[in-house]
Design a protein around this ligand. Sequence first.
Ligand code: NAP
Length: 259
Amino acid sequence: MSFESALSIKFKLNNGIVAPAIALALAELFFEGVVKREDLFITTKVWPSMWNNPPRSVDESLKRLGLDYVDLVLQHFPLTFKADDNGNSLMDDDGQPIFDDGDYLITWKKLIELYKNGDKTDVVPLVNQVELHPSLPQVELVNFGKSKGIITEAYSRLGSGGAPLLKLPIIQTMTEKYGVSGADILINYHVKSGRLIVPRSLNVERVTNGYKSVDFSAEDLKTLDQEGIDHPKRYMSLRFAKVLTLNTGARRFLSIRIG
Ligand SMILES: NC(=O)c1ccc[n+]([C@@H]2O[C@H](COP(=O)([O-])OP(=O)(O)OC[C@H]3O[C@@H](n4cnc5c(N)ncnc54)[C@H](OP(=O)(O)O)[C@@H]3O)[C@@H](O)[C@H]2O)c1
């Protein structure tokens, strides 16, 4: 499915894709009046190879997207990679990024400087985007976020490529109980718990149809959490999951915080 058709159907969120085709598509859609900039929510991320220069990373994203602002800036994994002069990751012989000894907290501190023009350091992150689903409920992290007013945003809510979580017996049981699809169950698991999700689908029919609301009981939400407490499984590479993810938000996100 093209980026253009996704935008003209239901997706109004771009989670940090900065391919030149996206900039072209956006420019065309704005020009033709299909969508307005202010109706989109666009995220960009500081890649670990630019860990030491987040302002440059944000500028690069804006340039590549052809935009003058984004709605949310995330630190993309609390990791640091070695980089060439252009900020691209240096790779080892296996094609894997080479780690840098730098401290990833420097990225966070520099993002705070960017956010506050360098005059204050008391910024609490607005969003923490992590892998989260019934096989990895991250209950402690979610509760910690709640206690600090940090919104948790879930990625890989279906278990990533091929949507493996749809095959979990507990999801199939809930599917029968509520008369909806497995994807509906996995999305409502977050929405009904007050979390954001990053959806992904290349299938026009799925994007067009959207998702049904599920009126979960508190007990069923607990049962879904319990699945991952008893049988935890992470789908994203462990190489990237060594340390706690810490993300930050951009100024404009303040206006649409959820309660
Ligand atoms: N911050 C980070 O480090 C990080 C890491 C990973 C991902 N993310 C973000 O999170 C987004 C989503 O996560 P993800 O890509 O890992 O995977 P995901 O959303 O868990 O799953 C996507 C897969 O599910 C399928 N799918 C989508 N809707 C479906 C439905 N209704 N029924 C059945 N299958 C369905 C898709 O296939 P079809 O395309 O055929 O529909 C695709 O194979 C990514 O695009 C990315 O923006 C962020």
